[in-house]
Design a binder for this molecule. Structure first.
Ligand SMILES: N[C@H](CCC[C@H](N)C(=O)O)C(=O)O
Length: 289
């Protein structure tokens, strides 16, 4: 029998992930192997992959090892690397807790966007400290068919363009990345969110994710949307001294985002482990050219 590589499947508001526990960072996860694992027909299927590695065992996380024992080596479904995944951090923490690596309560997770604070109980929602949003000056423009909208450039460790629209159907089928101008604003690509109002401090979004296509949810995107909506509404906790909480409905569920006066953004939402199994190592090797 060939070597088997353990995996789990999980999701956060239906943004789904293949989870590969690999404490000592021994599994060769090339972009092609990740894309094969995330393939929804010929592989396991997922919007992305969470490679679960001890920080001390990964060259990109070694410097964070003293603060965070575990590193979320996140990959998009096309095999590309991204700086951060908000829904992914919640699912990552849920896996660590179920695997007995961490207890309920507070923990730190190393990511390519720095160390994130997480609070989780035995079950129920998980809260992540997502850091601060950067809002580069100057709007960008998002286009779908005959329609174009000004969009807010927001960086949550990863890049976002947030467009307020009259109807989420105006985003079209989102099979392809919606053109964003100027291209120079996003040299490494961008996640694009389309937003409608649902009520006071309550919005809904659709998202085309860099490296994954349209997903049912984007955690960093929900944070970017909450901050862009607050600024559109003239709300800035750094000015008012009062936290601002927004409810963000995504196609896969609901996330609650709070921006604090110090700029820290907290996201709360579900994290579910659905299944576990084994990957055939010989098959995976054939997927790595
Ligand atoms: N596609 C994103 C990474 C995953 C973000 C999303 N799944 C989340 O929950 O934040 C990017 O390339 O920046």
């Amino acid at each position: 029998m060939s070597t088997r590589i353990a995996f789990l499947k999980g999701h956060g508001t239906e943004n789904d992930f293949v989870i590969v526990p690999d404490p000592e960072n021994t599994v060769d996860l090339s972009p092609a192997a990740v894309a094969a694992l995330c393939d929804r027909r010929a592989g396991i299927g997922g919007d992305g992959l969470l490679h679960v590695v001890r920080s001390a065992a990964h060259p990109e996380a070694r410097s964070m090892a003293a603060e965070a024992e575990w590193f979320m080596d996140y990959r998009n479904g096309d095999g590309s690397v991204a700086e951060m995944c908000g829904n992914g951090v919640r699912v990552f923490a849920r896996h660590l807790q179920r695997a007995g690596h961490v207890a309920e309560g507070d923990l730190k997770v190393a990511t390519r966007a720095g160390v994130k604070s997480v609070h989780l109980d035995k079950e129920g929602d998980v809260t992540v400290g997502m850091g601060r949003a950067l809002l580069p000056e100057g709007d960008v423009t998002v286009t779908v068919g005959e329609r174009s909208w000004p969009a807010r450039n927001v960086n949550m460790g990863n890049p976002h363009a947030v467009a307020f629209v009259a109807d989420l159907d105006h985003a079209g089928h989102l099979y392809d990345p919606p053109p964003v101008a100027p291209l120079s604003a996003y040299p490494d690509g961008v996640n694009v969110e389309f937003v409608v109002d649902r009520g006071l401090r309550h919005v809904a979004l659709r998202v085309h994710e860099r490296g994954s296509g349209e997903t049912r949810s984007c955690g960093t995107g929900a944070c970017a949307v909450a901050v862009a909506t607050a600024r559109r509404d003239g709300v800035d906790p750094a000015v008012t001294g009062v936290p601002a909480t927004y409810t963000v409905d995504v196609p896969g569920g609901r996330l609650v985002i709070t921006e604090h006066p110090d700029g820290e953004i907290e996201m709360t939402g579900p994290a579910v482990i659905v299944a576990e199994g084994h990957i055939d190592a010989e098959w995976l090797e054939t997927m790595t050219p």
